[in-house]
Design a protein around this ligand. Structure first.
Ligand SMILES: [Zn+2]
Ligand SMILES: [Zn+2]
Length: 334
């Protein structure tokens, strides 16, 4: 099969990733072999490709927003049919036995492994997934629209849960890419007033079209104090900005993966009155199932730009340069 391989992690302009021939993987016990029909391009793929995340598997195939179909089941798999649509996401496996897993926080499992980092992912014609970590997908939504929900959507959902937004509350979103534009749709559908702070005319236009109550530049203050905020842009400088925008008792949840350093905070202006900062670490399978159900109920859909699988390097470069709004999705070459 054709697949992308991160052979020399480094800047995307220096060809760190190559389109190569790899054998079609064989599903191990309790695994599914999946034919990839669409794979979203996530910023984490860029971090794996550029070496911001340490190499966990040499020559890894990135990609963890996979919509595909089951073509083969390994030994011991139950409940999946050949031809059935399946989703493969970031969380590949956890031990299920540690104290974090035992209390329902499998996203914190020290033994967790990740798709497209520890194991080969979806920038390929085929991939594998443990059946227990595969998602059933709602009917009536096409493959390309669904793909970005599997990481961008699920992470945005977890960030929203972590932000403890009160019902009908005011939510600020800093940055408005793949994850934020899905999170905004869910929050608005659930009755929140959403204020978006982002640079870039296209992202601002998208925010308006999705029903944001206000749209401002990244470092501008929203027109009202916020009950909760989420930083999606991986920019530590935005943290004090967002903390100043919070109302008393407000919560900031930091969803941007691998953000730059956070500057010193001023206690009076940026933390006092019981404001809180919370990080967001991956997600549990429960988060994923909850989000996919809500997404189907509210018709949450990603704004997508498709690239043929053979142009994944271009998609990553365009993501880095901010050349599209919404989310890029790889589809099999015609
Ligand atoms: Zn565990
Ligand atoms: Zn991701």
């Amino acid at each position: 099969m054709r697949a992308w391989s991160v052979n020399r992690p480094g800047p995307i302009g220096e060809h760190p990733i190559e389109f190569v021939d790899k054998p079609v993987p064989t599903p191990g016990p309790d695994e599914l072999l999946v034919k990839v029909r669409a794979c979203g391009v996530c910023r984490t793929d860029l971090h794996v490709t550029e070496g911001d995340l340490p190499v966990h598997r040499e020559g890894v195939t990135p990609g963890h927003e996979v919509v595909g179909e089951v073509v083969e089941s390994g030994e011991g798999v139950r409940g999946w049919r050949r031809g059935e649509r399946v989703g493969v996401a970031w969380l590949h496996h956890t031990d299920g036995t540690c104290r974090y897993c035992a209390r329902g926080d499998e996203n914190l499992c020290p033994a967790s492994t990740y798709t497209g980092w520890d194991v080969d992912g979806g920038y390929a014609e085929y991939t594998t997934v443990p059946a227990e970590f595969a998602y059933r997908l709602p009917d009536g939504v096409d493959d390309v629209t669904l793909a970005p929900l599997l990481c961008a959507g699920i992470i945005g959902y977890r960030a929203l849960v972590r932000a403890s937004l009160p019902e009908g509350g005011r939510l600020g979103l800093y940055g408005f890419g793949g994850s934020a534009h899905l999170c905004a749709q869910l929050a608005i559908a659930q009755g929140a007033e959403v204020h978006v702070m982002t640079r870039g005319a296209e992202a601002q236009q998208l925010a308006r079209s999705l029903g944001a109550a206000s749209v401002n530049d990244a470092y501008d203050a929203p027109p009202v104090p916020l009950d909760a905020a989420i930083t999606f842009a991986p920019v530590g400088d935005l943290v004090p900005v967002a903390m100043r925008a919070l109302d008393r008792g407000g919560v900031l949840s930091i969803a941007g993966i691998h953000p730059s350093d956070i500057p010193a905070l001023n206690y009076e202006r940026e933390l006092f009155y019981e404001k809180e900062i919370r990080s967001v670490t991956a997600n549990t399978r429960e988060d994923g199932r909850e989000f996919l159900e809500l997404a189907a109920r509210y018709g949450i859909a990603a704004t997508t730009h498709t690239y043929p699988l053979s142009k994944a390097d271009q998609a990553l470069a365009d993501l880095k340069a901010g050349r599209f709004d919404g989310a890029a999705v790889l589809v099999p070459d015609a």
